[in-house]
Design a protein around this ligand. Structure first.
Ligand code: MN
Ligand code: MN
Length: 456
């Protein structure tokens, strides 16, 4: 007869189960993560810092068709927005690949292709939001501009305004409460409309004969050499100007823009880079366009992952179908942490708790599990055994109450290729807000979970 504490399952925190040493390591690890967040506010920037980290560990650029051999450490840069980092193991390739995938795009506000205009003495950019934002959260808050402008003569200019203390900021106007009575009677959802998310960029003409708009364009021309028609071929994103900071008097939390999903991108990447001796072939995918449905050539619905698996399999004398059948994947994405301020939308027994470690989510979808990958019991059983080897603290997760809503991840775009896949990630407070919050120990346990996955 087992003892009572062996018969019953009780979720416990990382602090209870792992203790001071792991907590200290988690705080240490969080430092690198905060830097990663500040350096990479868009998918293009996150890709650049990820490549820099990989190159430091001896990874080199791979192009389709290049030779591949056991022991190679390579990365494939897809259009500057989507990165595949892979390490070829010593075992036969037909044993499969340990795949991890997170996304490096985050909800934000993009400029339209003809953005600049002037009205009533103010210069503005017209915008079209990207991903699932709550529009009312983006007004009256410090914002920055990040992105690229591709000119007709083939140059691609990087633009960043609003990140340095000496930079000007951008801003979206909101209504004052004195005149906001009617607006206040509406719902949160329609309080601010998409076409009201106009970004304030100036209010002063160069002289009385010219416009505010012309002045703004002159400033951009001086700094970047661009003209108004160059916006036609630009990708410019408005993101929160705030930096990642510790939150809480105990510094146990991190507040930042874009935890979803860089809080998973960073651990899956660093866990691979910190695994120098791999038996298994491992691949870490940092994807783009997850927040808009994973479409397009930099999203996970693109066939590029298959092309790379084929190239790897054939180069090493394997069979691509066998390689896929024996591969396993952690689709690394965030989950919603239980929030006692909003208990109505959560089912507490099955919602991740902050501080209780990495979250394995068997299925996502909405209502009757519609549109989900659903990891098999057998796969989760195997994962439990390897998590136990490294004493990783983890919990099961589900996104809110059954009939409350739902969501999806890239898991289904990977599992459809005959690859066992499960969602793994970090619980987040205020997901998709301009400033989200996570716990350092959950980030670190996710890193440890992924490291165990690459290793065993
Ligand atoms: Mn996500
Ligand atoms: Mn998201």
């Amino acid at each position: 007869m087992s003892k009572k504490n062996e018969l019953l399952y009780e979720k416990k925190t990382v602090y209870e189960l792992a203790g001071k040493e792991v907590t200290a390591a988690a705080f240490d690890y969080a430092g690198g993560y905060k830097n990663y967040l500040d350096e990479g506010k868009t998918e293009r920037e996150a890709l650049k810092i990820s490549i820099a980290l990989a190159e430091k560990k001896g990874y080199r650029e791979y192009h389709l068709g290049d030779k591949i051999s056991a022991g190679d450490k390579l990365y494939y840069n897809n259009r500057g927005k989507n990165l595949f980092v892979f390490s070829i193991g010593s075992e036969p390739i037909n044993q499969g690949i340990r795949i991890t995938a997170a996304h490096i795009d985050a909800p934000r506000i993009d400029l339209k292709q003809c953005p600049l205009y002037e009205d009533s003495g103010m210069g503005f950019f017209k915008t079209h939001y990207y991903g699932g934002i709550r529009k009312y959260q983006w007004v009256a808050t410090p914002l920055a501009l990040h992105g690229v402008v591709a000119t007709k003569d083939g140059k691609v200019l990087d633009i960043t305004i609003g990140e340095h203390e000496s930079d000007p900021l951008l801003y979206i106007n909101d209504l004052l409460p004195h005149l906001g009575h009617e607006q206040g009677k509406g719902t949160l959802e329609d309080g601010i409309k998409g076409e009201q998310l106009n970004v304030l960029v100036g209010s002063m003409p160069e002289d009385e004969e010219h416009s505010v708009k012309l002045h703004v364009m002159q400033i951009l021309n001086e700094k970047y050499g661009i003209t108004e028609d160059d916006f036609l071929s630009s990708e410019l994103c408005v993101v929160p100007a705030a930096k990642a900071r510790d939150v809480g008097l105990d510094r146990s939390l991190i507040g930042a823009y874009g935890h979803d999903d860089r809080v998973c991108a960073y651990p899956i990447l660093t866990a691979l880079l910190d695994s120098p001796d791999t038996t298994h072939t491992a691949m870490c995918i940092l994807a783009d366009k997850e927040e808009t449905g994973s479409d397009g050539p930099s999203g996970m619905q693109c066939d590029l992952m298959l092309d790379l698996i084929n190239e790897i399999a054939l180069a090493l004398g394997g069979n691509p179908a066998v390689v896929r059948a024996n591969s396993k994947c952690l689709s690394a994405d965030v989950s919603a942490a239980y929030d006692p301020n909003f208990p109505d939308v959560f089912e507490k027994r099955n919602t991740p708790l902050l501080g209780c470690g990495a979250v394995f989510t068997k299925f996502t979808g909405s209502r009757g599990k519609s549109g989900t990958n659903d990891a098999s019991a057998e796969f989760i059983g195997w994962l439990r055994s390897i998590m136990a080897k490294d004493q990783v603290v983890w919990q099961a997760g589900e996104l809110g109450k059954v009939d409350c809503g739902g969501g999806g991840t890239v898991a289904k775009f990977i599992s459809k290729h005959n690859i066992d896949t499960i969602d793994l990630g970090v619980p987040v407070i205020s997901m998709h807000a301009p400033y989200e919050v996570i716990a350092k120990v959950d980030l670190y346990e996710t890193y440890r979970a992924v490291k165990a996955f690459y290793q065993y």
